[in-house]
Design a protein around this ligand. Structure first.
Ligand code: NAI
Length: 327
């Protein structure tokens, strides 16, 4: 039962892979790099390959097929990096490994609290022993209205988390969920924009909601509104966001994702001139907290994706029903 694992991270995944290799009675070939035509031979003898977000093109798919690979699992929720047409053509099944929504939901609440309590400014001050109070007065969540856009797995977990803080909760989604009504009121988007003190985004990026937060929608919002984005960068027009922060219309932002982050995040760029002005400007504002698309990154999440990706290979190899198979 051999599985080739690509992009195996030494610092957090390797130990888990070795543990589950033993527990599940598998034999793993571990490779630190993404699959390429140069290292594709590591998949010879493996019917299953385990990957992360690197692009699996038709060319790679064909090479996997020729090496005898029949199942591809990705240690991620999304699988749009895999050429599913090509997978179908070569008869290679594809599976994913979803992790729970709590990591991102907790992180979202943290960004909301950091934003309304001006935590970036506070931390910068204590770092230089500036213990003054002027300019760091916060607001209490119980006095605020929070608007949650997207009430899928993560949005719902955010709403459950926030329900303990006593704030008023508004929600918007294309499809409404019964559970949400216990804690929040579904309202039209315009009402949410007009009444929320904090707006948090939890939808996938689609053609319809590209730049959902733009000059026009920002104009409909309250003065000093706080914007939180742990979903996808392009839900917000960065230029419009910057202008609104400069004018004071947007009072603070917490951004785990930004437009055009691909190729920047997860790499060490400290000596580089970055090709993303908006990120540099946003990072420089005292009321904007930026992190590098890592809201998901918890011990629970990493263990879940390592374990479930291998479990799905095992079920595939044993010809059993496989709940992780997506195509
Ligand atoms: P989900 O699929 O469970 O929920 C998405 C919800 O958005 C659904 O209820 C859907 O009806 C709704 N929706 C779609 N288009 C909409 C629109 N135009 N207007 C209003 N609602 C709309 O997804 P999940 O797992 O809750 O993920 C939410 C977002 O979080 C996604 O963008 C995902 O990529 C992102 N994410 C970010 C992570 C991070 O580390 N920062 C990690 C995992 C997910």
């Amino acid at each position: 039962m051999q599985v080739t694992v690509y992009n195996c991270r030494e610092f957090d995944e390797k130990e888990l892979f070795l543990r589950y290799e033993k527990e599940l009675g598998m034999e793993l070939v571990l490779c630190a790099d993404a699959p390429t035509l140069e290292n594709i031979n590591l998949s010879k003898g493996s019917a299953c390959v385990d990957i992360i977000t690197s692009k699996i093109t038709r060319e790679l798919m064909q090479a996997f097929y020729e090496n005898g690979v029949r199942y591809l699992t990705t240690r991620t929720i999304g699988y749009d990096h895999i050429d599913l047409e090509a997978a179908k053509e070569f008869g290679i099944k594809v599976g994913n490994a979803p992790y729970g929504p709590n990591g991102v939901a907790d992180y979202t609440v943290m960004l909301i609290l950091m934003s309304i309590r001006k935590m970036k400014r506070i931390m910068e001050r204590t770092n230089i022993q500036d213990y003054t109070l002027a300019g760091i007065q916060g607001r209490e969540l119980k006095d605020l209205t929070v608007g949650v856009i997207g009430t899928g797995r993560i949005g719902r977990a955010v709403i459950r988390n926030l329900s303990g803080f006593g704030c008023r909760l508004l929600a918007y989604d294309l499809y409404e969920q019964e559970e949400v009504r216990q804690y929040a009121e579904y309202v039209p988007l315009e009402k949410l924009f007009g009444e929320a003190d904090v707006i948090t985004l939890h939808t996938p990026l689609t053609d319809e909601n590209f730049h959902l937060i733009n000059e026009k929608s920002i104009a409909e919002m309250k003065e000093g509104v706080v914007i939180i984005n742990t979903a996808r960068g392009a839900l917000i027009d960065s230029g419009a966001l910057i202008s609104a922060i400069e004018s004071g219309k947007i009072g603070a932002a917490g951004l785990d994702v930004v437009e055009n982050e691909f190729g920047l995040y997860y790499y060490d760029h400290k000596s580089d001139i970055l090709d993303n002005r908006e990120l540099a400007i946003l990072r420089g504002f005292p009321n904007v907290t930026v992190s590098h698309h890592m809201a998901f990154y918890t011990d629970n999440c990493v263990e879940t994706v390592v374990r479930d990706s291998l479990m799905s290979c095992k079920l595939f190899l044993e010809g059993k029903e496989n709940p992780w198979e997506v195509s």
